[in-house]
Each structure stands twice: as structure tokens, then as C-alpha cells.
Design a protein around this ligand. Structure first.
Ligand SMILES: Cc1cc2nc3c(=O)[nH]c(=O)nc-3n(C[C@H](O)[C@H](O)[C@H](O)COP(=O)(O)OP(=O)(O)OC[C@H]3O[C@@H](n4cnc5c(N)ncnc54)[C@H](O)[C@@H]3O)c2cc1C
Length: 384
């Protein structure tokens, strides 16, 4: 073996690709190829990433196992308060699950930096780098970089996001149903303490979520029609803060914007298959989901954790073995489909504006809130 021969080549070093590389590093020769150069993030007081994730307990456990938890300055969601558009409400409390928190809130760049630090000297990292071509052979995959370097691996993994280059090269179809909505994200300081409570409103103009950050800060995701997203992004920071405070019934008093708003397009996306000959797809390369349950990145960590545990359980075996890849595809199918259906169903239920539906869906929320076992089951599924 020379230094261009690897067991596993991962294209894309975002959160999912980097966590997979780390999870495989003890048993396999891994190369991670990432397009963008990594920079050490600033944790200055006023400097926050506007991409915040709610990391589930299951994802935290996975990240802890691979030495990438906790990241710098996490926040905690200990309760959740969800409001319908006509008086419905449901509340969740970590104490009902005998847990300390329902989820952690983490900046994208802080988690990315923690993963990259843990990766140092454990995998071969090629970054910044651009891919040129790939050839899937019977016994190996050959990857050519734009600088003409050639790498050989037994298995290639596409972790290169929703527009995956590697998935496209393999000719795997990706069905995409746009929601014609964007997720508008921004961070704010708030006048009153948030009490580690995540708040969410199903409104006629979209779904607004406030996630607690450390101190008196929150991060918002407002999933809303494209036109409304453009208007929100065009507002001055003080107008945006007022608008967001009002939309949330001024639950935390005045808000003050600390990061400019950004927006990302929302779609339900699904690859026709998550494996191919000597290929596996993980994270957004395999599926995209509506962010109303904050599960996009958690699904990706679930992929990384499952693929790593299947491969790590067969050390010395060919990691591109079709039997192992089929096990991976089978093991993830149900979780991913269920989460996509739940998020898609809720999005549709609350976006339809028929007069008879509004009381019905709000009644459903109240009913679930008062039905102990059903609510508990829902919590066990949502916060695992
Ligand atoms: C602004 C914004 C806010 C978001 N907020 C939320 C949220 O609140 N909650 C949530 O669950 N989800 C959110 N998402 C979605 C979430 O970011 C994704 O689900 C998650 O990042 C998927 O991780 P990934 O590693 O699979 O893909 P990505 O994060 O897309 O990472 C892919 C990586 O591959 C690299 N890459 C791409 N092409 C190549 C190539 N050809 N060669 C080498 N490298 C390549 C990219 O540089 C990138 O580092 C948000 C997305 C955006 C854009």
C-alpha cells in the first residue's frame, strides 16, 4: 500500500463526512477530501454563527464516542413549547423523560472545528481540493483530483451535501420536491431569560422556531414562503428584531439582532438508492428534510454512526463489499423515511389554509398534549 491507496475515501468534510471519517479512523485507512479550507472560528462575545443545530441525545452520544463532544459554548433545550395557529399547544419537558435536556443547541462552525481538531493525525485530510473524476471498478474506486493526484480506495462515500457531485457521477437519481419556502436564520439577544425553552409557532406565514443559546440569546429558524423570506432578509436589523419579537408574541420581550439573517431553500429530497457499486451516500447527499423538527443534521449523524458500526464490526473485510453496503441501506431506510414523512406531513397539515382544518389540527395538538402515553411515545421518538 502507498500513500495514495486507502480503504475508504470520503468526499465532503462537513459535519457528517468529518464525523464518519473520525468514527472509522481506528480501523481503516481513511482519506477525507474537502473543497473548502477550514478556518479556526472566533468565539468573541458578539460573534455567532447563524447556522445553529439542535443536536439530539443520540447524536451527542455518537459524537462523544468519537471524541468530538462537547463543542465550544453549547446551549441546552430543557423544555419545548409548541403553539398551533388557533389556540392549540403542546409542551415537552426533559424531566418527563428523566433526562437533563431534550437536545443541545450548537453552532455549525464550533462543531465543525471540534470534529476537525479530533481528526488531526488520524485520517489523511486533503483540503482545499476539487474533484475531477471518478471511476468505479470491480475491485476499487479511482478518484482523480483537479491537481491530477490520483487516489484509490475500496469504498467511496458521498458526504458532499445536497448537490452531491459524487452521487451525480455514480448516476444515482435524486428526487427533489421544493417546498417553495426558505429557512430564514438569525440570532438575537433577548430582554428576558429564555429559561432553556425552545419555542415554536405554526403560523399562517410559516413555522417560526426560537432555540435557546447560552446567556440571553436565541437563534431563530423561520420556515416561510420564498417571497416572505426575501422581505425578512431585506429588513433592517431593528425591523427584523421587532418583526420576530411580535411574531412570537413578545414572549421574551425586546429582541436585538446579533447576526444578519441568512436563508436556505427547503426541499424534500431523496436519493433513488443510498448505495451503489463501492459507494455509500450519507447526510444531505442521501436525503434532505424540512427543518421544522431540527432533524436534518441528526439524520446525517445517524447515517455516519450506522455505516461506521457496520464497517467497524468487520475489520479486515473489503469495506466495499456489497453485502455490508446492503446492510447499511436496509438499516437506515426506515428511520429516514419515517422522519421525512413526519416532517412533510406536519408541514403540509399546517400550511393548508382550509377553514375546517385549523380547529382540527389545534384540537389534535391539545389532545396529544393531554394524552400521557401518546405524548411520551412522541417524545421518545423525537428526542432520542
Ligand atoms: C444556512 C443554513 C442553515 C441550516 N440550518 C439548519 C438547522 O437549523 N437545522 C438542521 O437540521 N439543518 C439545517 N440546515 C441543513 C443542514 O446544514 C444540513 O442538513 C447538514 O449540514 C448536512 O450535513 P452534510 O455534512 O451532509 O452536508 P453539508 O453540510 O452540505 O457538507 C457537505 C460538505 O461537502 C463539501 N463538498 C461539496 N462538494 C464537494 C466536492 N465536490 N468535493 C469536496 N468537497 C465537497 C462542502 O464544502 C461541505 O463541507 C441548514 C442549512 C443551511 C445552508
Amino acid at each position: 500500500m502507498n500513500n495514495t491507496d486507502f480503504d475508504i475515501a470520503i468526499v465532503g468534510g462537513g459535519l457528517v463526512g468529518a464525523s464518519l471519517a473520525l468514527a472509522l479512523a481506528s480501523n481503516w485507512r481513511v482519506v477525507l477530501i474537502e473543497r473548502t479550507a477550514q478556518q479556526a472560528p472566533s468565539y468573541a462575545d458578539g460573534d455567532w454563527d447563524n447556522r445553529i443545530y439542535a443536536i439530539s441525545p443520540g447524536s451527542q452520544a455518537f459524537l462523544r464516542t468519537i471524541g468530538a463532544w462537547p463543542p465550544v459554548r453549547p446551549g441546552w433545550i430543557r423544555k419545548m413549547d409548541v403553539r398551533g395557529d388557533a389556540g392549540g399547544a403542546i409542551h415537552f419537558d426533559a424531566l418527563d423523560l428523566a433526562a437533563d435536556a431534550l437536545a443541545a443547541t450548537v453552532e455549525n462552525r464550533s462543531l465543525q472545528a471540534t470534529l476537525w481538531q479530533a481528526l488531526a493525525n488520524r485520517v489523511t485530510l486533503i483540503s482545499p481540493a476539487e474533484m475531477q473524476s471518478v471511476e468505479f471498478g470491480a475491485d476499487s474506486v479511482q478518484l482523480r483530483l483537479a491537481d491530477d493526484r490520483v487516489l484509490n480506495a475500496k469504498l467511496a462515500v458521498a458526504a458532499d451535501g445536497a448537490q452531491s457531485w459524487l452521487r451525480e457521477q455514480a448516476g444515482i437519481q435524486f428526487s427533489r420536491q421544493p417546498y417553495h419556502q426558505c429557512g430564514v436564520v438569525a440570532n438575537f439577544t433577548c430582554e428576558r431569560p429564555h429559561g432553556d425553552i425552545a419555542r415554536q409557532w405554526f403560523r399562517t406565514d410559516g413555522i417560526l422556531a426560537w432555540l435557546p443559546l447560552p446567556g440571553n440569546r436565541i437563534s431563530i429558524v423561520w420556515s416561510t414562503d420564498d417571497d416572505h423570506a426575501v422581505k425578512l432578509r431585506a429588513m433592517s436589523s431593528s425591523d427584523l428584531a421587532n418583526r420576530v419579537a411580535m411574531a412570537g408574541g413578545r414572549a421574551l420581550g425586546d429582541l436585538h439582532c446579533i447576526t444578519p439573517a441568512a436563508a436556505f431553500p427547503l426541499s424534500l429530497g431523496r436519493a433513488a438508492k443510498v448505495t451503489g457499486s463501492r459507494l455509500a451516500l450519507v447526510g444531505d447527499a442521501a436525503h434532505t428534510i424540512h427543518p421544522l423538527a431540527g432533524q436534518g443534521v441528526n439524520l446525517g449523524f445517524g447515517d455516519a454512526s450506522m455505516l461506521a458500526s457496520i464497517l467497524n464490526a468487520s475489520p479486515g473485510r473489503d469495506p466495499g463489499d456489497a453485502y455490508l453496503l446492503a446492510r447499511y441501506a436496509r438499516s437506515r431506510a426506515e428511520d429516514v423515511l419515517r422522519m421525512q414523512m413526519v416532517c412533510d406531513g406536519l408541514q403540509k397539515l399546517f400550511s393548508l389554509q382550509y377553514p375546517f382544518l385549523s380547529p382540527l389540527r389545534n384540537f389534535g395538538l391539545n389532545l396529544t398534549d393531554s394524552a400521557g402515553p401518546l405524548k411520551r411515545l412522541l417524545m421518545q421518538q423525537a428526542f432520542r
